[in-house]
Design a protein around this ligand. Structure first.
Ligand SMILES: NC(=O)c1ccc[n+]([C@@H]2O[C@H](COP(=O)([O-])OP(=O)(O)OC[C@H]3O[C@@H](n4cnc5c(N)ncnc54)[C@H](OP(=O)(O)O)[C@@H]3O)[C@@H](O)[C@H]2O)c1
Length: 294
Protein backbone atom coordinates (compact mmCIF):
# COMPACT_ATOMS: atom_id res chain seq x y z
CA UNK A 1 0.00 0.00 0.00
CA UNK A 2 1.27 3.45 -0.90
CA UNK A 3 1.05 6.16 1.76
CA UNK A 4 1.84 9.72 0.66
CA UNK A 5 2.71 12.14 3.45
CA UNK A 6 2.32 15.89 2.93
CA UNK A 7 4.31 18.13 5.28
CA UNK A 8 7.01 15.51 5.66
CA UNK A 9 9.53 18.07 7.00
CA UNK A 10 7.23 19.04 9.86
CA UNK A 11 7.15 17.82 13.46
CA UNK A 12 4.47 15.20 12.89
CA UNK A 13 5.14 14.48 9.21
CA UNK A 14 8.82 13.64 9.85
CA UNK A 15 7.89 11.20 12.61
CA UNK A 16 5.33 9.45 10.42
CA UNK A 17 7.85 9.07 7.57
CA UNK A 18 10.57 7.76 9.92
CA UNK A 19 8.30 5.31 11.76
CA UNK A 20 6.16 4.13 8.86
CA UNK A 21 9.15 3.38 6.61
CA UNK A 22 9.80 0.47 8.98
CA UNK A 23 6.28 -0.94 8.58
CA UNK A 24 5.89 -3.98 6.33
CA UNK A 25 3.78 -3.74 3.17
CA UNK A 26 3.83 0.07 3.13
CA UNK A 27 5.58 2.28 0.61
CA UNK A 28 6.00 5.73 2.14
CA UNK A 29 6.20 8.69 -0.23
CA UNK A 30 7.47 11.77 1.64
CA UNK A 31 6.26 15.02 0.06
CA UNK A 32 7.36 18.53 0.97
CA UNK A 33 6.33 22.07 0.12
CA UNK A 34 8.53 21.80 -3.00
CA UNK A 35 6.34 18.93 -4.27
CA UNK A 36 2.93 20.21 -3.17
CA UNK A 37 2.73 23.89 -2.22
CA UNK A 38 -0.58 24.40 -0.46
CA UNK A 39 -0.28 28.18 -0.84
CA UNK A 40 -1.34 27.74 -4.47
CA UNK A 41 -4.39 25.41 -4.40
CA UNK A 42 -4.46 24.71 -8.14
CA UNK A 43 -0.75 23.88 -8.25
CA UNK A 44 -1.04 21.88 -5.03
CA UNK A 45 -3.70 19.67 -6.58
CA UNK A 46 -1.65 19.25 -9.75
CA UNK A 47 1.48 18.49 -7.67
CA UNK A 48 -0.28 15.68 -5.83
CA UNK A 49 -2.06 14.46 -8.97
CA UNK A 50 1.35 13.93 -10.60
CA UNK A 51 1.95 11.07 -8.15
CA UNK A 52 0.55 7.65 -8.79
CA UNK A 53 -1.83 6.47 -6.08
CA UNK A 54 -5.31 5.07 -6.08
CA UNK A 55 -7.93 2.74 -4.69
CA UNK A 56 -7.25 1.68 -1.10
CA UNK A 57 -4.17 3.90 -0.74
CA UNK A 58 -3.78 6.79 1.68
CA UNK A 59 -2.66 10.44 1.69
CA UNK A 60 -1.86 11.97 5.08
CA UNK A 61 -1.91 15.76 5.27
CA UNK A 62 0.39 16.99 8.06
CA UNK A 63 1.09 20.25 6.22
CA UNK A 64 -0.56 23.43 7.46
CA UNK A 65 0.00 27.09 8.22
CA UNK A 66 0.70 26.41 11.91
CA UNK A 67 1.94 29.86 13.00
CA UNK A 68 -1.18 30.90 14.90
CA UNK A 69 -0.25 34.59 15.00
CA UNK A 70 1.04 34.48 11.42
CA UNK A 71 -2.42 33.33 10.30
CA UNK A 72 -3.91 36.57 11.71
CA UNK A 73 -1.42 38.59 9.65
CA UNK A 74 -1.91 36.68 6.37
CA UNK A 75 -5.54 35.60 6.47
CA UNK A 76 -5.83 34.85 2.76
CA UNK A 77 -2.65 32.78 2.75
CA UNK A 78 -3.86 30.82 5.79
CA UNK A 79 -7.20 30.13 4.11
CA UNK A 80 -5.48 28.80 0.98
CA UNK A 81 -3.11 26.53 2.95
CA UNK A 82 -5.46 25.32 5.68
CA UNK A 83 -8.79 25.18 3.88
CA UNK A 84 -8.83 25.58 0.10
CA UNK A 85 -5.92 23.26 -0.75
CA UNK A 86 -7.02 20.51 1.67
CA UNK A 87 -10.45 20.67 0.00
CA UNK A 88 -8.94 20.17 -3.46
CA UNK A 89 -6.69 17.39 -2.21
CA UNK A 90 -9.63 15.70 -0.50
CA UNK A 91 -11.66 15.73 -3.72
CA UNK A 92 -8.71 14.39 -5.72
CA UNK A 93 -8.25 11.55 -3.21
CA UNK A 94 -11.98 10.77 -3.31
CA UNK A 95 -11.94 10.67 -7.12
CA UNK A 96 -9.07 8.15 -7.00
CA UNK A 97 -10.65 6.01 -4.27
CA UNK A 98 -7.93 6.91 -1.75
CA UNK A 99 -8.44 7.89 1.87
CA UNK A 100 -7.22 11.28 3.09
CA UNK A 101 -6.16 11.51 6.73
CA UNK A 102 -6.15 15.23 7.46
CA UNK A 103 -4.60 16.55 10.68
CA UNK A 104 -6.73 19.08 12.54
CA UNK A 105 -6.48 21.06 15.76
CA UNK A 106 -8.05 21.68 19.17
CA UNK A 107 -8.05 25.40 18.21
CA UNK A 108 -11.34 24.86 16.36
CA UNK A 109 -12.95 25.07 19.83
CA UNK A 110 -13.40 28.19 21.95
CA UNK A 111 -12.06 26.45 25.06
CA UNK A 112 -14.98 27.36 27.32
CA UNK A 113 -16.09 23.79 28.23
CA UNK A 114 -15.17 22.34 31.61
CA UNK A 115 -14.73 18.83 30.19
CA UNK A 116 -12.73 17.38 27.26
CA UNK A 117 -14.18 18.08 23.81
CA UNK A 118 -15.79 15.21 21.90
CA UNK A 119 -16.07 14.96 18.13
CA UNK A 120 -19.74 15.99 18.44
CA UNK A 121 -19.06 19.25 20.28
CA UNK A 122 -19.68 22.37 18.27
CA UNK A 123 -16.51 24.09 17.04
CA UNK A 124 -16.32 27.85 17.64
CA UNK A 125 -12.86 29.04 16.62
CA UNK A 126 -11.50 32.21 18.20
CA UNK A 127 -8.62 32.74 15.76
CA UNK A 128 -8.11 32.82 12.03
CA UNK A 129 -5.89 29.73 12.38
CA UNK A 130 -8.78 27.88 14.08
CA UNK A 131 -11.30 29.16 11.57
CA UNK A 132 -9.29 28.15 8.50
CA UNK A 133 -8.47 24.75 10.02
CA UNK A 134 -12.19 24.20 10.69
CA UNK A 135 -13.02 25.12 7.10
CA UNK A 136 -10.37 22.58 6.02
CA UNK A 137 -11.94 19.89 8.23
CA UNK A 138 -15.34 20.54 6.66
CA UNK A 139 -14.01 20.48 3.08
CA UNK A 140 -12.26 17.17 3.76
CA UNK A 141 -15.29 15.51 5.38
CA UNK A 142 -17.59 16.73 2.58
CA UNK A 143 -15.37 15.12 -0.09
CA UNK A 144 -15.74 11.52 1.09
CA UNK A 145 -17.16 9.54 4.03
CA UNK A 146 -13.92 7.53 4.00
CA UNK A 147 -11.74 10.56 4.82
CA UNK A 148 -10.57 11.15 8.39
CA UNK A 149 -9.98 14.42 10.23
CA UNK A 150 -7.72 13.81 13.23
CA UNK A 151 -7.69 16.69 15.71
CA UNK A 152 -4.57 16.80 17.87
CA UNK A 153 -3.15 19.21 20.48
CA UNK A 154 0.30 20.40 21.62
CA UNK A 155 2.39 18.28 19.25
CA UNK A 156 5.92 17.42 20.46
CA UNK A 157 8.60 14.99 19.34
CA UNK A 158 12.23 14.49 18.33
CA UNK A 159 12.10 15.79 14.77
CA UNK A 160 11.44 19.50 15.37
CA UNK A 161 11.56 21.54 18.58
CA UNK A 162 8.37 22.56 20.37
CA UNK A 163 7.33 24.06 23.72
CA UNK A 164 9.11 21.41 25.84
CA UNK A 165 12.38 21.91 23.98
CA UNK A 166 12.14 25.70 24.31
CA UNK A 167 11.60 25.57 28.07
CA UNK A 168 14.45 23.09 28.63
CA UNK A 169 16.80 24.99 26.30
CA UNK A 170 16.17 28.18 28.25
CA UNK A 171 16.65 26.36 31.56
CA UNK A 172 20.14 25.30 30.43
CA UNK A 173 21.28 28.91 30.85
CA UNK A 174 18.72 30.46 33.20
CA UNK A 175 17.51 29.43 36.68
CA UNK A 176 14.14 31.03 35.92
CA UNK A 177 11.29 29.60 33.90
CA UNK A 178 7.69 30.72 33.46
CA UNK A 179 4.68 29.46 31.53
CA UNK A 180 0.93 30.06 31.30
CA UNK A 181 -1.03 28.28 34.03
CA UNK A 182 -4.62 29.07 33.03
CA UNK A 183 -4.60 27.35 29.63
CA UNK A 184 -5.06 23.58 29.58
CA UNK A 185 -5.01 20.76 27.05
CA UNK A 186 -2.82 17.67 26.53
CA UNK A 187 0.45 17.03 24.69
CA UNK A 188 0.45 14.72 21.64
CA UNK A 189 3.73 12.78 21.29
CA UNK A 190 4.62 12.21 17.63
CA UNK A 191 6.09 8.75 18.35
CA UNK A 192 2.69 7.74 19.79
CA UNK A 193 0.84 9.49 16.99
CA UNK A 194 2.70 7.28 14.48
CA UNK A 195 1.30 4.17 16.20
CA UNK A 196 -2.22 5.55 16.56
CA UNK A 197 -2.50 6.98 13.04
CA UNK A 198 -1.33 3.67 11.56
CA UNK A 199 -4.68 2.25 12.72
CA UNK A 200 -6.45 4.60 10.32
CA UNK A 201 -4.57 3.14 7.35
CA UNK A 202 -6.93 0.18 7.69
CA UNK A 203 -9.89 0.87 5.36
CA UNK A 204 -12.18 -1.01 7.75
CA UNK A 205 -11.75 1.78 10.29
CA UNK A 206 -14.57 4.22 9.50
CA UNK A 207 -13.93 7.73 8.23
CA UNK A 208 -14.99 10.83 10.18
CA UNK A 209 -13.54 12.98 12.95
CA UNK A 210 -11.19 11.53 15.59
CA UNK A 211 -9.74 13.34 18.59
CA UNK A 212 -6.27 12.06 19.42
CA UNK A 213 -3.67 13.07 22.01
CA UNK A 214 -2.00 11.61 25.08
CA UNK A 215 -4.37 11.15 28.02
CA UNK A 216 -4.79 13.55 30.92
CA UNK A 217 -5.01 17.31 31.07
CA UNK A 218 -2.38 19.86 32.04
CA UNK A 219 -1.53 23.53 31.80
CA UNK A 220 1.50 24.80 29.88
CA UNK A 221 3.04 25.40 33.31
CA UNK A 222 2.42 21.77 34.47
CA UNK A 223 3.77 20.51 31.16
CA UNK A 224 6.88 22.69 31.38
CA UNK A 225 7.57 21.82 34.99
CA UNK A 226 7.25 18.10 34.30
CA UNK A 227 9.54 18.45 31.28
CA UNK A 228 12.21 20.08 33.49
CA UNK A 229 11.79 17.30 36.06
CA UNK A 230 12.30 14.62 33.38
CA UNK A 231 15.22 16.49 31.81
CA UNK A 232 16.96 16.64 35.19
CA UNK A 233 16.21 12.95 35.86
CA UNK A 234 17.95 11.95 32.62
CA UNK A 235 21.00 14.14 33.16
CA UNK A 236 20.20 17.29 31.18
CA UNK A 237 21.94 20.04 33.21
CA UNK A 238 18.95 22.35 33.67
CA UNK A 239 19.33 25.27 36.08
CA UNK A 240 15.57 25.82 36.59
CA UNK A 241 13.40 23.16 38.23
CA UNK A 242 10.17 25.07 38.87
CA UNK A 243 8.05 27.12 36.49
CA UNK A 244 6.46 30.38 37.60
CA UNK A 245 2.81 30.89 36.61
CA UNK A 246 1.84 33.40 33.94
CA UNK A 247 -1.69 34.38 32.97
CA UNK A 248 -2.89 33.87 29.40
CA UNK A 249 -4.23 37.43 29.51
CA UNK A 250 -0.70 38.69 30.28
CA UNK A 251 0.74 37.27 27.05
CA UNK A 252 0.78 40.62 25.28
CA UNK A 253 2.87 39.36 22.36
CA UNK A 254 0.07 36.99 21.28
CA UNK A 255 -1.88 38.39 18.34
CA UNK A 256 -4.43 35.58 17.98
CA UNK A 257 -6.87 34.81 20.79
CA UNK A 258 -6.07 31.37 22.25
CA UNK A 259 -8.81 29.08 23.61
CA UNK A 260 -8.24 28.45 27.35
CA UNK A 261 -9.33 24.81 27.87
CA UNK A 262 -9.16 22.42 24.93
CA UNK A 263 -8.57 18.90 26.21
CA UNK A 264 -9.73 16.38 23.64
CA UNK A 265 -11.82 13.33 24.51
CA UNK A 266 -10.22 10.36 22.72
CA UNK A 267 -12.78 7.71 23.69
CA UNK A 268 -14.16 7.36 20.13
CA UNK A 269 -10.69 6.35 18.88
CA UNK A 270 -10.34 3.85 21.74
CA UNK A 271 -13.82 2.42 21.12
CA UNK A 272 -13.04 1.85 17.44
CA UNK A 273 -9.40 0.71 17.57
CA UNK A 274 -9.06 -0.77 21.06
CA UNK A 275 -6.01 1.48 21.69
CA UNK A 276 -5.91 3.79 24.70
CA UNK A 277 -3.42 6.68 24.51
CA UNK A 278 -0.96 6.56 27.41
CA UNK A 279 -0.77 9.45 29.91
CA UNK A 280 1.09 12.53 28.70
CA UNK A 281 3.57 12.19 31.59
CA UNK A 282 4.73 8.76 30.32
CA UNK A 283 5.24 10.18 26.84
CA UNK A 284 7.22 13.19 28.11
CA UNK A 285 9.33 10.95 30.36
CA UNK A 286 10.16 8.68 27.41
CA UNK A 287 11.01 11.66 25.23
CA UNK A 288 13.67 12.81 27.69
CA UNK A 289 15.36 9.40 27.83
CA UNK A 290 16.87 10.24 24.45
CA UNK A 291 16.57 14.04 24.43
CA UNK A 292 19.06 15.97 22.35
CA UNK A 293 19.09 19.71 21.92
CA UNK A 294 17.57 20.37 18.46
N1 LIG B 1 2.13 21.90 16.69
C1 LIG B 1 1.07 21.83 17.48
O1 LIG B 1 1.17 22.01 18.69
C2 LIG B 1 -0.26 21.48 16.89
C3 LIG B 1 -1.39 21.53 17.73
C4 LIG B 1 -2.62 21.19 17.19
C5 LIG B 1 -2.73 20.79 15.87
N2 LIG B 1 -1.61 20.77 15.08
C6 LIG B 1 -1.77 20.35 13.69
O2 LIG B 1 -0.94 19.24 13.46
C7 LIG B 1 -0.47 19.26 12.11
C8 LIG B 1 1.04 19.05 12.11
O3 LIG B 1 1.63 20.07 12.90
P1 LIG B 1 3.20 20.13 13.16
O4 LIG B 1 3.38 20.48 14.59
O5 LIG B 1 3.87 18.95 12.58
O6 LIG B 1 3.52 21.43 12.30
P2 LIG B 1 4.89 21.93 11.64
O7 LIG B 1 6.05 21.30 12.29
O8 LIG B 1 4.76 23.41 11.63
O9 LIG B 1 4.78 21.35 10.17
C9 LIG B 1 3.92 21.89 9.24
C10 LIG B 1 4.39 21.47 7.87
O10 LIG B 1 3.56 22.15 6.93
C11 LIG B 1 4.39 22.55 5.87
N3 LIG B 1 3.83 23.69 5.17
C12 LIG B 1 3.61 24.94 5.62
N4 LIG B 1 3.14 25.71 4.62
C13 LIG B 1 3.09 24.92 3.53
C14 LIG B 1 2.71 25.13 2.18
N5 LIG B 1 2.33 26.32 1.75
N6 LIG B 1 2.75 24.09 1.33
C15 LIG B 1 3.17 22.88 1.74
N7 LIG B 1 3.57 22.62 2.98
C16 LIG B 1 3.53 23.64 3.87
C17 LIG B 1 5.71 22.93 6.52
O11 LIG B 1 6.69 22.87 5.51
P3 LIG B 1 8.16 23.46 5.70
O12 LIG B 1 8.87 22.43 6.53
O13 LIG B 1 8.65 23.61 4.32
O14 LIG B 1 7.99 24.78 6.42
C18 LIG B 1 5.84 21.83 7.57
O15 LIG B 1 6.49 20.71 7.04
C19 LIG B 1 -0.95 20.55 11.50
O16 LIG B 1 -2.12 20.30 10.78
C20 LIG B 1 -1.31 21.41 12.69
O17 LIG B 1 -2.34 22.32 12.39
C21 LIG B 1 -0.38 21.09 15.57
Amino acid sequence: MKVLILGSNGRLGSALVRRWKALPDIEVVALTRADVDLADPEKAEAGLAAHEFGEGEVVVNCAAATDVDGCEKDREGAARINAESPGRIARLCAARGARLIHIGTDYVFDGSLDRPYTEEDEPKPLSHYGLTKLEGDREVLAASPAHCVVRVSWVFGPDKPSFVDAIVKRALTSPEAAAVHDKTSAPSYTEDMALWLAELLNPKVPGGIYHLCNSGTCSWRDYGEYALECAKKYGVPVLATSVAPLKLSDMKAFIAVRPPHTSLDTSKFTRITGLTPRPWQEAVDEYFTTWKQQ
